[in-house]
Every structure is written in C-alpha cells, then in structure tokens.
Design a protein around this ligand. Structure first.
Ligand code: GLN
Length: 549
C-alpha cells in the first residue's frame, strides 16, 4: 500500500471574484473525475468563519446544516461531496477558523508547544496542514481535494492560503491550486469580461500562490479569444483554462469537465499515471436525467426563509437533491414549489390549493413561526389523502396534528413551542434538559447516525425492504413515551423505533387509510445520492406519481 503520508497529492480549490459560483460542485466534480480514473479521493471543506461548526448558525446566515455520520454539523458542500463520491465523510474532512484556533489554544494550555511563543504564523497554518494530512490518512486517500471557503482577497481565508503555500514549498510536485472564477457577461455590453478574474489571480499571487488551473464559470462557454486573454494575463497555459458554463443539472459537470480533458491534465500535473477511465455511471445518470420528461409537482411547506429580497432554497438543499434523485429514478422531472405556511394561518381557504400537488413535504425546522400553518396543511393532506413525507420537525408536527384531530387531545403540542400544553405529545429528550439549562448549545443535539428497527408489514418496511436501518439525526425533542399508547390506539403506527424501543423513529398511517403518510424523526435526506436514491424518498415519489393518475 502507498505511504499516504509521503506521496499523497493535494488539490486546493479557491474561489475568485465572488461567492456562489459553484465552487462546491466544482470541487465535488474534480473529485468525482479523479475517482473515475481509479484513484482513492477524499474531499475536505474549510470554512473561514470563527464558529467552531455550522450547528449554531441561523439558516438565513448559512443555508443548510449538513450532518455527517459521526454527528459533525457542517457545511452543505459536504453533502455534495458525499453525493458525488458515494462516500461517508467524518469530522476530519471539515474545519473552520474557530475549530483550528480552539485546538491550538487547548494544546498551548497543555504545554504541547513546550514553552514556545505560539504565533498566528506559523502555528495556525501548521495546525491546518496537520489536519489536511490527517484527512488524507483517515480516508486512505491518494488525492485530497481541499475547498477553501470564501473568495480570494478576503481577510478571513489568508491563513488557509498560507497553509497551502507552505505545503507547496514542502512538496512541490504534489500540490495543485485551482481557482474557480466568474466571468460576467454584462447585459448592456453583451461581451464576456475577463478583468475581474485577472484581479482575482493577482490577489491570489499576492498570497504567494499561482493557480495551476482556472475554472471559468459563466452563463455561456468561453470562446477561444477569452481563453487566450486569461492565459496571457493570468500567467497560465491556454489548455489550463477550463470552460464551465451554466448547465441544467449539477450532475452534468463531471462529464463536461471530461470534454475538456480535465482529469488527464490534473493527473499529468500531479505526475500520476491514469489507471482506468470509467465514466459509465455518470453517463448513465445523465441519460436518466435527460429521459425524465414527465413533471412531478411537489410542494414543500415550511416557514419562509428570506434575507432581504432573496429567498434561500439553500436551507433545504439536501431535501431538494433527494427529491430529484428519487424523481430521476421514477423517470420524472421534479417540479418543486415552496409554500409559505403562514399564508394558511391568515387564510385557511388557501389550503385547497394543496390539491394541485402530487405530494407534500414538511422538512426539519425549529421554533414557533409558521407552525400552526404547517399543522393545518398536514391535516389537509391527511384528510385529502395527498402523499405526505415529514422530516424531523415534519414528523413531530404530524404527530401533533394526529393527536389533536384524531386522538382528540385538544391543544396537543410540542414543549418547544408551548411548554405548558396539557398534552405534550412531543417533549424534550431527558438528556437534553440539563444541556439546555447550562446553555450548552453547540454540538449537543442528538446528532449523527443511530440504528433503528423497522416493523414488518408497514410502508417503511416496503420502502427499505429491511428491518435494520441506520439514519442521521439532529434534534432535541422526541415523541413523548407517555402518549405512545393513546396515539397507537387512535390508529397511528410507529413503524420504526430505536432498538430499545424508547424513541419513535418513523410514524405512519396504515396503507388502507392513506396512500402514503410517512414521517421520520431522522433526516433521510442526508443519505441519498443520484445513484442510490433514499428508499423513503423513492417510495414517496413513486406513490405520488401513481396517485396523480
Ligand atoms: N425542533 C425539533 C427538535 O429539536 C426538530 C429539529 C429538526 O427538524 N431538525 O427536536
């Protein structure tokens, strides 16, 4: 086996000009094409903020919080890596400025630096480098892709660039720098502009780094003239400027990169001999997506997330991707709508609009805003037999709706919203009480993968075709054990529980009363990929599709 310490290759991906140009998808796709050439690859995300992890941030600040198997609460890009590479990542694949400083300070307190003056440079970059190498080792990777969050020129990511620069000095042939840049085509001019990219490269140069490859993101492909211009002004060969125009599916990016011979180019630069070329699964996926013509209309009901005039669908990116994976497998194109639950609170007549959807999803969430509207929507889809998939809060609110309107527990609620309800059918997990009373918010929910047992002859079983599952969690509240009997007597089925049967993991309605009403305490959306759609999403989409007719 190769010595992963000595000959591992590292590819740093940085962003130029502005954020949101698809650095995560680019990093995932570079990893995917190298994997398709027979190399073991792992991906890493660096977030330059001071938060120790993404778990304590508001969704409008950060978008989705992705949860890894080991419970790490991290950036949504980690979800893309797992989906593109069909892998499971860990804490070692993620770091923030906060986590790096925290560790250096803890080590200093323990005399790890043996009385030395501990300085921002070099000790912070040293810690960053240690972690990058560790990610390669724990994942037994021959190539590590490291995505540095933010945009070059920002104050926040300088120390991470510094770590990359130092690594390059130490192992020159093993390090590559990729810059994902944006080339605007201003409406009034109609011409693609390269100047912002030139400035971004200068900015990277001032950190002592010359990009080896520039991925040129734009609304259209790059023409020859633009490639030449970037080559001359950015000190790079023309064939190292890769055109990356907007496309309809992110899963087309790996195959598009191959059209530009990117994997061959990277392997050459890293002095690695290509082992094989197997893009079959990516080509098949592309065909499957292109052949998915009939539309399936799905509504996601939740509270409205907006920053200024901008609505953030990023908050539920894994839910959207999972719905897409399942739709492709069912030969359909997802037609997704966001439904603000507060409109039902103002005007219950609007509930009738829900009839136009083939299926309704209520995703995870926190707090009280929009909750009554969501409960009204769940009642409507239950009574009108519209397929329903509830995820985490979507499960808890479905249990509340059922308790109120079927089990006749008037005013039933979660103690998260109403601590004084007569019927706390959803209550805080006992171990969470102490944690919250001590204000220990970061990384303390019930997090990560836990096993669960599925009951036979349920919809859950027909989806998973198995009685043992393992799913990822992120919650503080649970179905209150005191009410389980009453809910079951009224007809609710808990089709999956924790192995000790204490925690309710899936609630559903019997097939004879509703075509598909299934809600999970866990987040299945964290374990779906385009090659293996998650069984619950697949069953939901298949039933919604059938129900349409
Ligand atoms: N707010 C609920 C809880 O903490 C649900 C969390 C979620 O949907 N992720 O249990």
């Amino acid at each position: 086996m190769a010595n992963h310490k000595k000959d591992t290759r590292y590819i740093f991906v940085t962003g130029g000009v502005m954020s949101g140009v698809g650095k995560g998808v680019t990093s995932s796709s570079i990893a995917a094409i190298l994997q398709a050439r027979g190399f073991s690859v792992t991906s890493m995300k660096i977030d330059p903020y001071v938060n120790v992890d993404a778990g304590t941030m508001n969704p409008t600040e950060h978008g989705e919080v992705f949860v890894l198997k080991d419970g790490t609460e991290c950036d949504q890009d980690m979800g893309n890596y797992e989906r593109f590479l069909e892998c499971q990542l860990s804490q070692d694949n993620y770091m923030t400025t906060g986590s790096v400083y925290q560790e250096v300070i803890e080590k200093e307190r323990k005399m790890h630096y043996k009385g030395k003056c501990v300085e921002v440079v070099p000790h912070i970059p040293y810690e960053i480098i240690r972690r990058i190498k560790k990610a390669g080792q724990t994942n037994k990777a021959e190539i590590v892709i490291i995505e540095i969050g933010g945009t070059v020129g920002e104050y926040q990511n300088i120390l991470f660039l510094e770590a990359g620069r130092m690594m390059k000095m130490d192992m020159p042939g093993q390090i590559l720098f990729v810059m994902v840049s944006f080339l605007p085509v201003p409406d009034k001019i109609g011409e693609m502009k390269t100047k912002p990219t030139q400035y971004a490269v200068r900015s990277l140069n001032s950190a002592g780094i010359q990009p080896d490859l520039i991925i040129a993101r734009s609304i259209v492909p790059l023409d020859n003239k633009r490639k030449e211009k970037i080559a001359i002004f950015c000190n790079i060969r023309k064939k190292d400027v890769i055109s990356a125009p907007d496309i309809s599916s992110i899963y087309d990016v790996p195959v598009n990169f191959e059209k530009e011979n990117l994997s061959q180019n990277i392997l050459q630069k890293l002095n690695l001999k290509p082992r094989k070329k197997d893009f079959e699964k990516w080509r098949n996926l592309r065909k499957r997506i292109q052949n998915s013509q009939k539309k399936i209309k799905i509504g996601v009901v939740g509270k409205y997330f907006a920053t200024g005039n901008f609505v953030l669908s990023d908050v539920y990116i894994s839910v959207i991707e999972s719905l897409k994976h399942a739709s492709y497998a069912a030969g359909a194109q997802l037609d997704l709508y966001w439904i603000d639950s507060e409109i039902f609170e103002k005007d219950p007549k609007k509930l009738a609009d829900l009839k136009q959807y083939a299926g309704i999803v209520v995703p995870g969430g926190f707090g009280s805003r929009g909750v009554e509207g969501i409960i009204q929507a769940i009642q409507f889809v239950r009574e009108n037999k519209i397929p329903y998939l509830g995820l985490c809060y979507g499960m808890q609110l479905a249990v509340i709706e059922f308790a109120r309107h079927v089990a006749k527990l008037k005013g039933a609620h979660t103690t998260e919203v109403n601590p004084r309800t007569l019927y706390p059918v959803i209550d805080i997990l006992p171990e969470q009480k102490t944690i919250l009373s001590q204000n220990r918010y970061g990384g303390t929910m019930r997090l990560g993968s836990y096993p669960a047992k599925i009951k036979k002859e349920t919809i859950a079983f027909s989806a998973y075709k198995d009685t043992q599952i393992s799913e990822r969690h992120r919650h503080r509240y649970e179905v209150n054990p005191k009410f389980i009997n009453r809910l079951e007597k009224a007809g609710l089925v808990f089709s999956a529980t924790s192995p000790d049967r204490r925690l309710m993991e899936i609630a559903e309605l019997p097939k004879k009363t509703h075509p598909f009403f299934v809600a999970s305490q866990f987040h299945p959306e964290f374990q779906s990929n385009p090659f293996n759609p998650h069984p619950l999403f697949l069953k939901f989409i298949q039933t919604s599709e059938k129900n349409k007719k």
